[in-house]
Design a protein around this ligand. Structure first.
Ligand code: NOJ
Length: 470
């Protein structure tokens, strides 16, 4: 480590992230409609590890001022949160607009700005209004225009105060809700129909239309920036054999390139390797056409370039070799493995592999011409302790790699947000996995927030913009 510059640029944006369903609670208050996570947790509580739900969660709907106090204590300059679609449009469409929902987010944003914290707003972080699910959710192309309508309401009512917009959080995970067992709502198993790829295409189109709408109707007066956040593991070849190197390249294109390439790639469109593989697999299944719907020329052009910057969520790494496709990338023909020596977290998927962070940032730089990137999530889960030394070690090691990516690899990274500000509802894992810097006592009605030891560590990094040497 000696000699490495472990500092961050002066105007670097440090902050923290959450998402509506995971923290807000107030699931049926003040006119909010039902979303797919309300539905699945209420109707099938057994699919959630501890049978819990987000009915109250951190109660941020009533306690957002406490969240902002916690952000202040951390020295955060940015807070990324998401908007609950069904709080704004209870039946999913603009036929009924819930003013109380709009008021809530306006209050939250005003309080952030008063405290000198910039809001970064995610329009969709997985909580689809159930009426839209009932027409097929993200597989139905009709959703594209419903999303545009919703986005227009957000930009109209909140855009005067928000300079940072993300249309989607981790769209690959939205798609996984349509084919991967025991994972994201609505937990459909429709891979044989290509449902995940339909979702992918519809989300890309919805994103692109909202981007162009921002350009046409809002950018001039609001002067903000708009993009989306993609998630990816780093995919490392299992060995330096040609097959493994190829496998790793295929895997990252299935998981990351499938969204990044149409938006940031030189020629747009899905990555060639993804088109080829899905075509082969579809034929093998006995189909006459590919499960991946092709993008036509107009759409390729419309989608290309629709990002003012790129949001990246990163947590962990996998080793790749040819074999049956991993659960997240079933048609890739790439098997994913872990090194048993990697330290573990509470979340089964999360192994501590700091060097993968630098590698993925470097890969994005090389592949897409060094676009401006903000890390919109990175963090570590445990079972809940205030003395969270493993989380501190995770952050220390990952932040080192981040500073190296910036200072030595010249990656164009302008910010970093921790996941998460506080413990919250971790989807199908309920409250069994804790990612927070602040502990939340879910047994107490007032949901007190208490700083863990990691708060001190992160606060110091945010303040000094340097990593401690030890
Ligand atoms: C990414 C997701 O965006 C977030 O909702 C989730 O809680 C974290 N990963 C941790 O698994």
């Amino acid at each position: 480590m000696v000699g490495r510059d472990m500092s961050f640029p002066e105007d670097f944006l440090f902050g923290a992230a959450t998402a509506s369903y995971q923290v807000e609670g107030a699931w049926d208050k003040d006119g909010k409609g039902e979303n797919i996570w309300d539905r699945i947790t209420h109707e099938k509580p057994n699919v959630i590890q501890d049978g819990s739900n987000g009915d109250v969660a951190c109660d941020s709907y009533h306690r957002y001022k406490e969240d902002i106090k916690a952000l202040k204590e951390l020295g955060a300059k940015m807070y990324r949160f998401s908007i609950s679609w069904s709080r704004i449009l209870p039946n999913g469409t603009i036929t009924s607009i819930n003013q109380k929902g709009i008021d809530y987010y306006r209050k939250l944003i005003a309080e952030l700005l008063e405290n000198d914290i910039q809001p970064m707003v995610t329009m969709y972080h997985w909580d689809l209004p159930t009426p839209l699910q009932d027409i097929g959710g993200w597989t139905n192309p009709a959703i594209i225009e419903y999303f545009v309508d919703y986005a227009r309401i957000l930009l109209t009512h909140l855009g005067d105060k928000v300079k940072w917009w993300l249309t989607f959080n981790e769209p690959t995970h939205v798609a996984r809700g349509y084919f991967q067992p025991n994972f994201m709502a609505p937990q459909l198993l429709l891979h044989h129909l290509g449902a995940g790829y339909m979702v992918t295409a519809n989300i890309l189109k919805a994103h692109a239309l909202v981007y162009h709408m921002y350009d046409k109707e809002f950018r001039h007066s609001q002067q903000g920036k708009i993009s989306l956040t993609l998630h990816s593991f780093w995919y490392e070849p299992m060995s330096d054999s040609e097959e493994d190197i190829k496998a790793a390249n295929t895997a990252i294109n299935f998981d990351f390139g499938i969204f990044a390439h149409p938006i940031l790639g030189k020629d747009g469109d899905f990555p060639a390797v993804v088109k080829e593989r899905v075509e082969v697999v579809s034929k093998e299944m006995g189909l006459k056409r590919s499960l991946l719907p092709p993008l036509d020329k107009e759409w390729i052009a419309r989608i290309k370039g629709t990002a003012d910057f790129l949001g990246v969520n990163h947590y962990t790494t996998r080793l790749c070799t040819p074999g049956p496709g991993g659960v997240n990338i079933p048609d890739s023909g790439v098997s994913l493995h872990i090194d048993p020596a990697w330290p573990i977290a509470a979340s089964a998927y999360l192994k501590v592999v700091p060097w993968g962070f630098r590698k993925i940032l470097r890969w994005i730089k090389d592949e897409y011409g060094n676009p401006p990137v903000i890390v919109t999530e990175n963090g570590f889960s445990d079972r809940g302790t205030l003395n969270d030394i493993d989380r501190i070690n995770y952050y220390r090691s990952y932040l080192r790699e981040l500073s190296t990516a910036i200072n030595e690899d010249n990656c164009n990274i302008f910010g970093y947000l921790v996941w998460s500000l506080m413990d919250n509802f971790e989807w199908i894992r309920g409250y069994t996995e804790k990612f927070g810097l602040f502990h939340v006592d879910f047994n107490k009605p007032d949901r007190p927030r208490t700083p863990k030891d990691s708060v001190n560590f992160i606060k110091n990094v945010f303040k000094t913009r340097k990593l401690p040497r030890d």
